[in-house]
Design a protein around this ligand. Structure first.
Ligand code: ADP
Ligand code: MG
Length: 261
């Protein structure tokens, strides 16, 4: 059965999408069967996985409204398959922004995605969900499905404070909606060891969260930022880059951690 992880942080621009697509590619490269679900109406994870969001006939929106199954709506980018990193994509585009409103009146609205994933969970080793930068109904749908949350964060001054809201939301979802949910780990991203403050915050994180801080550290690396404009994860765009190598390590760490979950 698939292990299901949300990549979440209510802040925008912290590296959620970069983490999701590169982890998906890294896991696929390691022989894992992966489904990547884009829960952000911006559709960046869709585009960054080599899938044109404007061409999609069915998206996660149709799945949330029970107009399609994941089996019907998922697609795969041949570019990624050819690179040995192929994974399935349940894409998103602007249409998804409407789901928030359309789901207001429906029954068990926060469980829609979970029910859909149940149908395909046996076909995958990992399901990764890229969440939008908010604690909205969409993020809630993601959290209701997941065994764990991966929180990418930059080692900045307010990093710990920003975590409080997310940790509280996760606690509430755990208490009321999904007993399986836990924070799997904090992933330090866009890390620059030359900046003293980042080293200090990194140490603080380890003091507060112990082994919930992943060993893998993702450096600030321009190749990771360039890759989306070519419609591939950095791990495919420039496999030798420091950023790509860091995500290979992170994928290995996730495989190891998932074995003992
Ligand atoms: P989010 O999904 O949280 O909004 P993104 O993954 O889209 O964040 O990242 C925000 C911006 O930072 C993007 O332009 C992305 O290419 C860039 N970026 C993310 N991770 C890195 C990194 N490790 N090094 C350099 N740039 C990065
Ligand atoms: Mg994003």
């Amino acid at each position: 059965m698939a292990k299901i992880f949300c990549v979440a942080n209510q802040k925008g621009g912290v590296g959620k999408t970069t983490t999701t697509v590169n982890l998906a590619a890294g896991l696929a490269q390691a022989g894992q069967r992966v489904l990547m679900i884009d829960l952000d109406p911006q559709g960046n994870a869709t585009m960054g996985s080599g899938v044109d969001k404007r061409q999609l006939e069915l998206t996660v929106y149709d799945v949330l409204l029970e107009a399609a199954s994941i089996e019907e709506a998922r697609v795969t980018s041949q570019k990624l398959v050819d690179a040995g990193c192929g994974y399935d994509v349940l894409g998103a585009n602007r249409e998804l922004a409407g789901a928030e409103v359309e789901l207001v009146d429906v029954d068990r609205r926060e469980k829609r995605l979970r029910l859909a994933i149940d149908e395909v969970a046996s076909q995958y080793d990992f399901v990764l969900i890229d969440c939008p930068p908010s604690l909205s109904m969409l993020t809630l749908n993601g959290l209701c499905c997941a065994h764990g949350v991966i929180v990418p964060m930059q080692c900045e001054y307010f990093a710990l404070e920003g975590l409080t809201d997310l940790v509280n939301t996760i606690k509430q979802v755990h208490a009321n909606l999904n007993k399986d949910l836990a924070i799997i780990g904090l992933l330090r991203v866009m890390f620059d060891p030359r900046v003293t403050l980042q080293l200090q915050v990194s140490e603080q994180l380890k003091e507060h969260f112990g082994d919930k801080v992943f060993d893998a550290v993702i450096p600030r690396n321009v190749r990771l930022a360039e890759a989306p404009s070519f419609g591939v994860p950095g791990l495919v765009f420039d496999p030798a880059s420091k950023g790509a190598q860091a995500f290979v390590s992170f994928a290995q760490e996730m495989v190891a951690r998932s074995r003992v979950m």
